[in-house]
Design a protein around this ligand. Structure first.
Ligand SMILES: [Zn+2]
Length: 356
């Protein structure tokens, strides 16, 4: 009954072009995925280097004559849907830049900056399992009466448990090799638990993205979170391993995952046309064609360069932006503004919401 009253109120108050109080937001992060592949597709030197994977396979799947065809082959949903209906930030070839403001240029500091809205190099300067002293916008939302209990977090990397500070925030964080955390798992969740248990634990603290994704999609269908985080990590792991073939395939998987999250939302009246998607990364990678692209850190030139894309409710169809300078510290405030909750971290380096 309360929900119906709220919906009626929201419907009465809704003003065209403004986001209603019950807008839903899906945040996707793709660990260490470069803007170079997002906007240019597969790299000509890397797909021809045997040491980085089977060139025949890489070329058959992702090599095409032009950069536009290459990026479409790599991320078909991104270029057929997001580029047409949303906003894409960070194409430096066109004059739009995005970067992290922290001075670390690796994962935990990148997630902290992006999810909390400011860098914290004093406290977050390693990937060690330290409970985050800062509050993510997810925790802030979960502390409001409107979104309490309606926030869910899924991630491949085990560190999300500390990044979202599960202990303090009370957020449900399904990361690493955890099973479904639903009180009454669906049949499908039990099946994903079983598949995950039977698959190789190739990385000690990070499962393959397919499991993270399946849990997230099933939770959207069965539990209807209104603020959802999905953190994919295969791209970063395969790049660190120097395997360009699997890095490209991971990016291609992520594109398909995003499409499935979007189609799941649009097929459900709970989400349809009232859900905003924001997709970004935690850092870039190096650019040199020998092994520079393997890694990222303060010592790896240009690995602070990032990107962001948004589409869905409240996002205009501007396509690839050709100017402007953006930073990861703006993401948390952007999410808060889409949710309609107040968010004003009193911390040095806090970023302002992006107006799309
Ligand atoms: Zn990372």
């Amino acid at each position: 009954m309360r929900k119906i009253a709220k919906l009626l109120l929201a419907a009465m108050l809704v003003v065209p072009a403004m986001v209603s109080a019950k807008n839903k937001v899906v945040v996707v992060m793709v660990d260490g995925y470069r803007w170079q592949e997002l906007f240019r597709g597969a790299d000509s030197t890397l797909v021809n280097t045997k040491e980085f994977g089977n060139p025949d396979m890489m070329k058959a799947n992702f090599w095409r004559a032009t950069a536009d065809e290459r990026r479409r082959a790599l991320m078909p949903f991104t270029w057929s849907h997001i580029a047409k209906n949303g906003v894409m930030i960070g194409n430096r070839d066109k004059g739009c830049r995005m970067s992290v403001t922290n001075n670390m240029w690796f994962s935990y500091p990148g997630y902290n900056e992006t999810l909390c809205g400011y860098p914290d190099d004093k406290n977050i300067n390693s990937n060690a399992p330290v409970d985050n002293p800062n509050m993510t916008v997810f925790e802030v939302a979960n502390n409001t009466p409107e979104y309490r209990g309606k926030v869910l977090v899924f991630g491949s990397w085990g560190r999300f448990i500390q990044i979202f500070n599960e202990k303090r925030s009370g957020l449900e964080v399904n990361a690493n090799y955890r099973h479904s955390l639903a009180k009454q798992p669906t049949e499908r969740e039990l099946y994903v638990d079983k598949m995950q248990d039977g698959a190789p634990r190739y990385w000690e603290e990070e499962r393959f993205d397919v499991f993270t994704h399946e849990y997230a999609v099933e939770a959207m269908k069965s539990r209807h979170p209104e603020l959802l985080f999905v953190g994919y990590g295969d791209t970063d792991e395969w790049a660190h391993a120097g395997n360009y073939r699997l890095y490209l395939e991971a990016a291609n998987d992520v594109d398909r995952f995003i499409r499935e999250l979007w189609e799941t939302a649009q097929a459900d009246p709970f989400y349809k046309d009232q859900t905003t998607f924001i997709i970004t990364c935690d850092h870039g990678r190096g650019v040199s064609a020998d092994k520079g692209w393997f890694h990222h850190s303060r010592e790896v030139d240009r690995s602070n360069e990032t990107w962001l894309m948004a589409f869905g409710a409240g996002v205009p169809a501007k396509g690839v932006l050709t100017s402007g300078e953006y930073h990861n510290n703006q993401m948390a405030a952007t999410v808060a503004s889409l949710l309609g909750i107040s968010f004003a971290p009193q911390h040095e380096g806090a970023g302002k919401a992006i107006t799309f």
